[in-house]
Design a protein around this ligand. Sequence first.
Ligand code: 6PG
Length: 466
Amino acid sequence: MTMARIGVYGLGTMGSALALNLAENGISVAVSNRETDWIADFIAEAGPLAAQLHPHDRLEDFVAGLALPRVILFMIPSGAPMDAMIETVASMLAPGDTIIDAGNADFHDTRRRAAALAGRDLHFVGMGVSGGEAGARHGPSMMVGGSKHSWKQLRPILDAIAARHEGDPCVDHLGPDGAGHFVKTVHNGIEYADMQAIAEIYGLMRHGAALPPAEIGGIFAEWDRGPLQSYLTGITAEMLQYADPHTGHPVVDVILDSAGQKGTGRWTVVEAVRLGQSANTIEAAVGARSWSSEKHVRMAAEAVLGGTRGVFDPGPTALGEALLAARILAHSQGFRILAAASQEYDWTLDFARIAEIWRAGCIIRSALLDDIARAFRGGAPEGQLILAPDVAETLARAVLALREVVAGAVVAGHAVPVLSAALAWYDTMRQGFGTANVIQAQRDTFGRHGFERLDTPGRHHGPWWD
Ligand code: 6PG
């Protein structure tokens, strides 16, 4: 029996796409799935790639069909199903074998699983895979955690299937245990913020300037040829051109304005707060999705509060610059969360490398990431992206537009939660002297918590306690 180089268990959308990508790159793949009828269907549809695919209905046969040291990639629902699978398969494995969880998993689970399996000389790798079905099939960005032992085995396989940016495979080992899954989580947090900023800019053109979706799509297409080039900019440009085949209306106008969310954006916010970080652009995006799901409440509220949105048309140049500023600020917040986690979990994350492997394959791929990678390679002061000279210079210009757009949008009654959060954070960070002195005075007044002074070391209380 041919011993496959890697096993893929879970032939859903992402698992089957990854298996075909592996096979297309000449890698022999054992495949299996809980619902065994999916296996035969998958092989039947694989065409000539079936020659590299070795189907197994039974998990025992699937494991037995793998070359040593075994590598099994699971693409199954995170949480309890992954724990149950580990429980079942671990006893079939030998020391030095690797289990990869390629789903969107909570990195705390990944750390726990890696520690538990290390005790049995088994390696557990949490791997973030980004790019959706097309990415998995033709080249994802992959964020790999786990041991160096596993990475040594995985690197040639993953290099072969990864997306490439100017020949550079968009995959790397980012750190031990949960580092890979955490970086993917923050990738998704940035994704949420970018998607919401795009939606807000779209909303200003649609409801403030009364432009038709197709014309707005043309503006996004123009932006996609400049500093705003990105996967999300591009797909927005494309989808705004479509008419609904049933009504003839722009398809975006017939889609219910209630956003789904599987939860990775929310995880990012939770971890940011746990780490003492604030990523208000990401929180604003998660909040906006939650508020959008309250469609009935908003319909009732419009009847009571009035839904007037005034005319506001700052023009495509200002809107584009505002979107660029918001994108930079959201990424900056994402990297601050990564920095906090890297310190907390002793991961020594390489932010330039993370930006580099996001340049192709993943959902947030963009021209901006090249600038971000260069900024981090060049040494961002205090590790802060917004203080890197080139980034600070771009922001100084683009924030002028962000300020004009947020001010005009707010006055005209348009909701811009991410754009306004980005501006609020920027304005906070650029003030050497803020207003938290008032917070400290209040806390000392009601709780005698004490405060530090600007002019004298030590802990002090206000004269109200004399
Ligand atoms: C990716 C995407 C993907 C995401 C789904 C659903 O990087 O390929 O981020 O992993 O989880 O597209 O995302 P939401 O339901 O959270 O929007």
